[in-house]
Design a protein around this ligand. Structure first.
Ligand code: DAH
Length: 340
């Protein structure tokens, strides 16, 4: 009986050590140690032994059981480690794999142009001012020398909210708002970017578009200052070879007034389709601030003078990048936007 037990122990230990996975190991455990297992069967048969042998054999049986249990625990631990290692291997992260590329956003061409304009004027000591898009008739027109029924109002077909409140048609009202806040301090040197609204809609006009206003007020500001400033701006914006041309014009809030052209960015002035074979492109309106505008804004026109200008950002972007339809700037088509 003792031999049988020892042989059983060896057999069990051998099989357990060879078990390939936890499932197989469990089957082996049931076969040897389970209720109907081989060791249990032998222990049942101990009833037939005499009183002297029974404790001895009992002791051997317990020893064999302990040895088998030990072998079971050892193999079980090894197999569990293997499972874990396998799992780590299969779930491991390969840091050398290329990542999922992220789509990179870009700046809108209008913002690129606006930031460039701002950089140029910030470099000249201007600061940035803002005003409301919902404006009063007073700031948008009257303070700028455009009383009710003035014919020049026709050029800016206006969205009225009520008879006194409207969507601003130009950024020029920011001139008046800024001077009111600053007066009587000098100098005033601001640019005012922002959205403006007019009842226009075609390939070169949008009911909403962007302008940048400029204003410089101080003692002894002259038309030469205006020319020098805008000439420098044009060269910074469109390239060092760019020439400017000042044409007499009319704006109610400047006197004298001028429209400013730059030599065509496409043909350099030789004449092409973009400049309608004139060699010139109109980029902005400008002039010396009208004495009445200075006065209603809190400055004495006998003591100070100023110049002002206003440009459309869409127009500048279209000229700079050769875009022929303004609507492309507002359609958010990635095929268009990704070109900038
Ligand atoms: N506000 C004018 C427009 O929208 C542009 C302009 C012209 C602005 C002359 C100025 C200026 O400041 O001096 O048509």
């Amino acid at each position: 009986m003792k031999d049988r037990l020892q042989k059983l122990g060896e057999e069990a230990c051998g099989e357990m050590a060879a078990a390939g996975d936890l499932e197989e190991l469990n089957e082996i455990r049931v076969r040897f140690l389970g209720k109907k297992g081989e060791l249990t069967q032998i222990l049942r048969g101990m009833g037939g032994l005499n009183a002297e042998e029974r404790p001895r054999i009992g002791q051997v049986a317990n020893e064999v059981r302990a040895v088998i249990e030990e072998a079971l625990a050892v193999r079980s631990a090894v197999l569990k480690d293997m499972v874990k290692a396998q799992k780590l291997r299969s779930e491991g992260i390969d840091v050398t794999l290329p990542g999922t590329p992220r789509q990179r956003g870009g700046r809108h061409p209008l913002n690129v142009v606006l930031e460039e304009i701002q950089e140029i004027f910030l470099g000249l000591g201007y600061s940035i001012a803002e005003g409301p898009e919902i404006e009063t008739d007073y700031y948008n027109f009257e303070a700028l020398n455009l009383p009710k029924d003035h014919p020049a109002r026709d050029m800016q077909d206006t969205f009225f909210i009520s008879s006194e409140i409207l969507l601003r048609t130009q950024t020029s009202p920011v001139q008046v708002r800024t001077m009111e806040k600053t007066a009587p301090a000098l100098p005033v040197k601001i640019i005012a970017p922002g959205k403006v609204y007019r009842r226009d809609d075609d390939a070169t006009h949008s009911p909403m578009f962007n302008q940048v206003e400029g204003l410089a007020v101080d003692r002894r500001i002259t038309f030469s200052d205006l020319k020098g400033t805008l000439d420098l701006f044009a060269r910074e914006m469109f390239g060092a070879k760019t020439k400017t041309r000042f044409r007499p014009s009319y704006f109610p809030f400047t006197e004298p007034s001028a429209e400013v052209d730059v030599s065509c960015v496409m043909c350099g002035g030789r004449g092409c389709r973009v400049c309608s074979h004139t060699g010139w492109l109109e980029i902005l309106g400008s002039g010396m601030v009208h004495p009445r505008v200075l006065e209603v804004s809190g400055y004495n026109p006998e003591e100070v003078t100023g110049f002002a200008f206003g440009m459309g950002i869409e127009r500048i972007a279209m000229l700079k990048y050769g875009i022929d339809d303004m609507r492309l700037l507002f359609e958010n088509d990635l095929r268009f936007l990704q070109q900038f």
